[in-house]
Design a protein around this ligand. Structure first.
Ligand code: G3P
Ligand code: CA
Length: 252
């Protein structure tokens, strides 16, 4: 049975740990993913790109320069080079042994905990690259524990064609004139604006929820913002501070 997309009245927004528990561990690392699962977060968010030889890997930026000891565009690197990089020192010497992770490693980690995956496929990706990611989720038997989200509308189209049963989220930095129509046209189950975008027209939450479309808001790290979003009735909060948000929810 599919999970409900829209919250019941009074439900607090679920936690989506942004790039893992990224305020205390290096973003998008295996350590960040594991730490996020330990907070009890309902979802963990990561970003995926594909290497030149077709291997889905976990990294926010288009290049490895900021968060690893290597250099270059992920899409132009061989996976053997990518996986040889260390992806923790940029955050703290205490994490100097963190490898630059593959998506396969994240799927393995998911099996060890209860948190679901909010998977951002960064784009631009080819249809074959999106198919590969979707197929790996299916092969791992994790289709009912993943939401795929993207700013890239083509990524959502490809994902819908390959596996219409996997829920989709459309990421937006500004609101569309008619978010419900836009989400529907892309078969998106979730419409995920930045907090700044949502504040330009908070009433869209009601419109979207009324149409059965959920709302996850990024990237929200303060108790005042959590309270505001809970009052608006959004479905999820994407936060760097998953542990603190879990604590805040428990205190409500
Ligand atoms: O999950 C939404 C958020 O991650 C989008 O922005 O740049 O952090 O991937 P970014
Ligand atoms: Ca992201």
């Amino acid at each position: 049975e599919p999970k409900p997309v829209v919250n019941a009245p009074g439900d607090l927004p679920v936690t989506a740990a942004h790039r893992g528990y990224s305020s205390v561990t290096p973003e998008n690392s295996l350590a960040a993913y594991a730490a996020a699962m330990r907070t009890g977060a309902e979802l963990v968010e990561i970003d995926v790109h594909t290497t030149a030889d077709g291997v889905p890997v976990v990294m926010h930026d288009q290049t490895v320069d900021r968060t690893t000891n290597g250099t270059g565009d992920v899409a132009r690197l061989q996976s053997s080079y990518f996986t040889s990089l260390e992806a923790g020192s940029f955050f703290s010497p205490a994490f100097a042994t963190q490898p630059a992770p593959t998506f396969a490693q994240i799927l393995d980690l998911m099996d060890t905990g209860a948190s679901d995956l909010l998977l951002e496929i960064k784009g631009p990706e080819t249809r074959a690259e999106v198919d590969r990611v979707i197929d790996m989720i299916a092969e791992a038997g994790l289709e009912d524990r993943v939401v795929v989200q993207s700013f890239d509308e083509n990524v959502l189209r490809y994902a819908h064609d390959r596996a219409p049963q996997i829920p989709l989220g459309l990421l937006r930095g500004t609101l569309d004139a008619d978010p419900v129509a836009t989400a529907r046209a892309l078969h998106a189950d979730y419409y995920n604006p930045s907090a700044a975008a949502l504040r330009t027209r908070p009433s869209v939450v009601e419109d979207l929820n009324g149409a059965g479309i959920g709302v996850f808001v990024w990237t929200v790290d303060s108790p005042a913002d959590w309270a505001e979003l809970a009052d608006l009735g959004v479905e999820g909060v994407i936060t760097n501070r998953a542990g603190e948000y879990e604590g805040w929810k428990a205190a409500q």
